[in-house]
Design a protein around this ligand. Structure first.
Ligand SMILES: Nc1ncnc2c1ncn2[C@@H]1O[C@H](COP(=O)(O)OP(=O)(O)OP(=O)(O)O)[C@@H](O)[C@H]1O
Length: 312
């Protein structure tokens, strides 16, 4: 266990009749960010709630630094900071009052509470709002306070359930930066249904769909695995569909407007070079060319057709 802070083994859970998750296995490294990606209802919150000891699994084990959270929840929870999907904020309290309350809840000795609160506020960039009542903070800053409560006891593992949900684009960028920052000296696992979120933030990805793991590996491996197969081009003087279909490797042509075309290809991304060359030779006046990233739905469809992909 030198390299991993948590180990999820054969984890399965059912609330009533149907399995919410089935035989989930993964490890969380000591440092960096693991993204738990899946569409709505895939089983992300269930997995995180078990990992944090909020619910007991039906089968399997979750070990935090070798401690079984089900067998020894008090000790295991000391190592975990958790921000659930709905941040557990007390909106009538100021930032300081709330964090002091959280520090007490985490059994931090009284003499250390002031310092713990200062460190958490500093790390989360909320020191200047110390005296501000929580309900008067923006959504982005409320989320920062939620993250501050999750790190107040300096846990080895921070679990964040959909941490950027409901934030505006600027707030999302700020909170992502903050998460990267706190992952420098501890492990973070975050859940999301947004692929770009994982791509922007995470080092490792575990993808679950219908309660089962469909992919787990590094982010680099994921990006290499999911190859784009369409390219969007804009041409001032585009040729006919027939002429475009004659390009070697092009398998479909779809005119989106008179000048904007989606080309599906069966070869590698070097197809863009071929298109640029042909445009120059034939006067198609290419002004834009862009490989399209696969949508999450397309990736799920692609992955579910293949055998589950686990560590190369
Ligand atoms: N308390 C519950 N009782 C019964 N079924 C539940 C309960 N919580 C979740 N489920 C079901 O378990 C499955 C997994 O839900 P879960 O909340 O873990 O998914 P999720 O990936 O976190 O989805 P979301 O992004 O929508 O929160 C879903 O089918 C859901 O309806």
């Amino acid at each position: 266990m030198e390299n991993s802070i948590a180990k999820i083994q054969n984890l399965s859970h059912r609330y009533s009749k149907d399995w919410a998750i089935k035989d989930i296995n993964f490890e969380i490294k000591n440092r960096g960010i693991l993204g738990l990606l899946g569409s709505n209802g895939a089983g992300k919150s269930t997995t995180m709630n078990i990992l944090c000891g909020v619910i007991n699994q039906t089968e399997g084990t979750a070990l935090i630094d070798g401690i079984d959270i089900r067998e020894n929840p008090v000790e295991a929870k000391k190592l975990i900071g958790f921000l659930p999907q709905k941040a557990p904020l007390h909106f009538e309290l100021t930032v300081d009052e709330y964090l002091i309350h959280c520090a007490h809840m985490r059994s931090i000795p009284s003499k250390n509470i002031k310092e713990a609160v200062e460190i958490a506020k500093n790390k989360c960039g909320i020191t200047h709002f110390s005296k501000r009542v929580l309900k008067n903070l923006s959504g982005g800053y409320q989320q920062r306070v939620g993250i501050a409560q999750a790190i107040i006891h300096n846990p080895k593992l921070v679990v964040l359930d959909e941490p950027t949900n409901g934030l505006d684009p600027n707030q999302i960028t700020e909170v992502r930066g903050l998460i990267k920052n706190i992952a420098e000296d501890r492990a973070v696992i975050l859940s999301t249904h947004i692929l770009s979120e994982v791509q922007a933030t995470c080092d490792t990805i575990v993808m679950i769909e219908h309660g089962e793991t469909v992919f787990q590996d590094s982010m680099d491996a994921f990006n290499n695995y999911i190859k784009p197969d369409t390219v969007l081009v804009t041409m001032e003087n585009p040729p006919s569909v027939e002429a475009l279909m004659k390009i070697e490797g092009i398998t479909d042509v779809q005119f989106l407007t008179a000048n904007s075309i989606r080309l599906t290809f069966s070869v590698g991304p070097e197809i863009t070079k071929t298109i640029i060359k042909l445009s120059l030779e034939n006067g198609w006046e290419l002004s834009e060319i862009q490989l399209e990233k696969s949508s999450l739905d397309a990736i799920f469809a692609q992955l579910s057709k293949k055998q589950n992909y686990v560590n190369g």
